[in-house]
Design a protein around this ligand. Structure first.
Ligand code: NI
Length: 177
């Protein structure tokens, strides 16, 4: 396994629409292992392959790691598809490893049903609500080149992008000095 570099906004590579995979093979599993290690290291609870510069429809998540002492519960989603979403909405504060240190409330369907292919290449379905539903929709957005800040007003989004550029410039200055 290897740590990969997480791309941060604004970066045109995050706008790419990811391609579906034909099959889940050892190369895919290596990618998923790398993604998981990178996500744990960040640390974060979800990561899409496009965030490490691989525009393929692959997502890793682990919602268990937030609570101390809980065993890791990694989840892998290849070619996830939304098959149902509730009319009922829920508002949740979201963050993103590609939008470091910034958080905003986003409204999304409260419950979703998703089909996907798992780590071993098996077709699966999942009913999700709560944090799992939020995280799944957030990560699936990445596969379409959409960030959570794209759900916000233009004014809010532009303010956040300005903060990101400022933070990046400050970090670059620190490295240079
Ligand atoms: Ni994200």
């Amino acid at each position: 396994m290897a740590l990969r570099t997480i791309i941060t906004a604004p970066d045109p590579r995050l706008k790419l629409v990811s391609d579906p995979l034909q099959e889940v093979d050892d190369t895919t599993r290596r990618l998923m292992d790398d993604m998981l290690e990178t996500m744990y290291d960040a640390p974060g609870i979800g990561l899409a392959a496009v965030q490490i510069g691989v525009p393929k429809r692959v997502i890793v998540m682990d919602l268990a790691k937030e609570k101390e002492g809980e065993p890791k519960k990694p989840m892998f989603f290849v070619n996830p598809k939304l098959i149902w979403a509730s009319d009922e909405k829920a508002i949740c504060e979201e963050g993103c490893l590609s939008v470091p240190d910034l958080y905003e409330e986003v409204e999304r369907p409260a419950r979703v049903k998703v089909s996907y292919v798992d780590y071993f290449g098996k077709d699966q379905q999942l009913d999700a609500d709560g944090m799992l539903a939020v995280c799944l929709q957030h990560e699936m957005d990445h596969l379409e080149g959409t960030l959570f800040i794209d759900h916000l007003s233009r004014l809010k989004r532009e303010m956040m992008l300005k903060k990101l550029i400022k933070a990046r410039k400050a970090a670059e200055r620190e490295v240079a000095e």
